[in-house]
Ligand binder design. Structure first.
Ligand SMILES: Cc1cc2nc3c(=O)[nH]c(=O)nc-3n(C[C@H](O)[C@H](O)[C@H](O)COP(=O)(O)OP(=O)(O)OC[C@H]3O[C@@H](n4cnc5c(N)ncnc54)[C@H](O)[C@@H]3O)c2cc1C
Length: 476
């Protein structure tokens, strides 16, 4: 069998693209397979009606634990969810690499200092900037501060040039920016590689299964796609995202009867976690003039696993117009749309082995997400307290707050389903990203995250992919 490539990467989101970038830059022959296609660059990805209406979301139907159908808000396109992200590119704190067993928080298999160089490398690679908090936010921050919500700088993967583009400056969080003013995986990592002969990118290639090498199932030879195409490489890196990567591994372990041979197999899909999220929109008297909005984040010492950051989209006037109920008089809609300031409140979620992704079975059943945040009850409790406290602080700042809890379909920040750890008995990949017991199978996406921390996860995923690829490149 011919191995045309050194590395085959499944998925072009944060993890897959960062790995591809590092490998290609070092002259390795890389094949990147992406299930989706390119997003249109005609401006439609900035249209609130299309975007908030779910036009660009995945249409894949899942079941929840009760067997009810739901549609996770996933994005199958070149660049994965980074095309849609709010580009808050933040590090976890050193203590967020440690365990807190009472809260169900797992340790990373190394400490912050071992990971810090990769955070630095990821920041340099994607490009991060601080923007000065704008006037409206400065004003709100004074009252939030009095309530104990202290403002911290927030680094964004946005070009300072975005300030000259009002549409993009007000629509980057939850929207795909079509001109590279946002540092997403397509513009920042993949586009610079297009002229490189050692990268082959194949779009609309949905990997259905991993293929073994001869009669050794511990060695992966390549993959087969849903349309029957097969691709081969010396090493395979899975980066299909935390909802999808475990499905590929479950299928492989089951088909090749590895479930009883490899202790790690029992952990595949488990420990699913997502930030516990609430969006709060506050309506004030003043017309909002801020554009970027998401220039700072707010922390409170009584809510140590939580953070709040302004929404950099979704609270813009066009989206609010679309989201407000149709029965409201037009004048009132306009009044509110001009005066909305949004915040995204997030709390870390614990790990629980029963919170899990279960892949579709061969009889055509749907994939299932069996997830109850209350399996780790302390952190949802912190979140509820935090939401109440923050809303009271907003009221004090002159904003009448309304909240929207983000339900099960809100998959913006998820991870843990191929969790990294030292012991194959309770984890799936080792500290180098290799699946325990497998010879050449690695995971470079958000599936590996043992803890989400209270910050957004993309920078940690970029950094993880750089760590894994550096290890592979050093090994020859
Ligand atoms: C609206 C929104 C706002 C966000 N804001 C922020 C933010 O401000 N800061 C932050 O840090 N994070 C943010 N995130 C989260 C961030 O985008 C994700 O954490 C990150 O992109 C996950 O990276 P990943 O590589 O694990 O997966 P993804 O980026 O989801 O990439 C997975 C890729 O694999 C592809 N794929 C799936 N299955 C297959 C298959 N079988 N075969 C081939 N390809 C496959 C998918 O199409 C996709 O392109 C946000 C997300 C959303 C949706």
């Amino acid at each position: 069998m011919q191995e045309a490539y050194d590395f085959l990467i499944i998925g072009s989101g944060a993890g897959g693209s960062a790995a591809a970038y590092a490998m290609v830059a070092q002259g390795r022959r890389v094949l990147l397979l992406e299930k989706g296609s390119e997003l249109p660059d005609d401006g439609s990805t900035l249209d609130p009606i299309l975007v908030a209406g779910g036009h660009f979301n995945s249409k894949e139907i899942w079941n929840n634990a009760r067997g009810d159908a739901f549609m996770p808000e996933e994005h199958f396109n070149l660049g994965g969810k980074t095309r849609w992200y709010g580009a808050a590119l933040l590090r976890n704190a050193p203590h967020e690499f440690e365990a807190d067993t009472e809260l169900g928080l797992r340790a990373w298999p190394f400490d912050y200092s071992a990971f810090e160089p990769y955070y630095r490398a990821a920041e340099a690679l994607v490009g991060v900037h601080h923007f000065e908090p704008e006037d409206d936010l400065q004003r709100i921050a004074v009252d939030l501060d009095r309530a104990g919500w202290h403002m911290q700088p927030l680094q964004l993967g946005l070009s300072p040039e975005i300030l000259n583009h009002t549409l993009e400056a007000t629509h980057y969080d939850g929207y795909a920016v079509p001109n590279g003013l946002k540092s997403d995986a397509k513009y920042r990592l993949l586009d610079p590689l297009t002229a490189r002969p050692n990268l082959e990118l194949v779009l609309n290639a949905t990997v259905r299964e991993l293929l073994p090498s001869g009669d050794d199932p511990l060695q992966i030879a390549g993959v087969r796609c849903t349309d029957g195409r097969e691709f081969f490489a010396q090493t395979v890196l899975v980066a299909a995202g935390a909802m999808h990567s475990p499905r590929l591994l479950q299928h492989y372990f089951l088909t090749h009867e590895l479930s009883s041979r490899l202790p790690a197999a029992a952990n595949v899909g488990r420990n699913f976690k997502r930030h516990i999220l609430t969006a709060v929109i506050g309506f004030g008297w003043r017309i909002k003039r801020d554009r970027i909005c998401k220039t700072a984040l707010f922390l409170h010492q009584d809510f140590p696993h939580s953070s709040s950051q302004p929404l950099g989209g979704w609270a813009d006037r066009e989206t609010i117009r679309f989201l407000l109920p149709g029965w409201l008089p037009r004048g009132l809609v306009e009044f509110f749309a001009l005066r909305a300031y949004g915040f995204f409140l997030q709390t870390e979620d614990g790990s629980h082995v029963d919170n899990r992704v279960i892949g579709e079975s061969s009889d055509g059943s749907r994939p299932t997400l069996d997830y109850h945040p209350e399996r780790n009850p302390q952190l949802p409790r912190e979140h509820r307290g935090m939401v109440r406290h923050f809303m009271a602080a907003m009221l004090r700042a002159g904003l009448l707050p309304f909240k929207q809890t983000i339900g099960l379909s809100g998959m913006a920040h998820c991870g843990g389903t191929l969790v990294m750890g030292r012991d194959p008995a309770d984890s799936v990949v080792d500290a180098d990203g290799r699946v325990h017991g497998m010879k050449n199978l690695y995971v470079v996406d958000g599936s590996v995250l043992p803890r989400l921390g209270r910050m957004n996860p993309a920078l940690s995923i970029y950094a993880w992919a750089l760590k894994v690829t550096q290890g592979l490149l050093a090994a020859g």
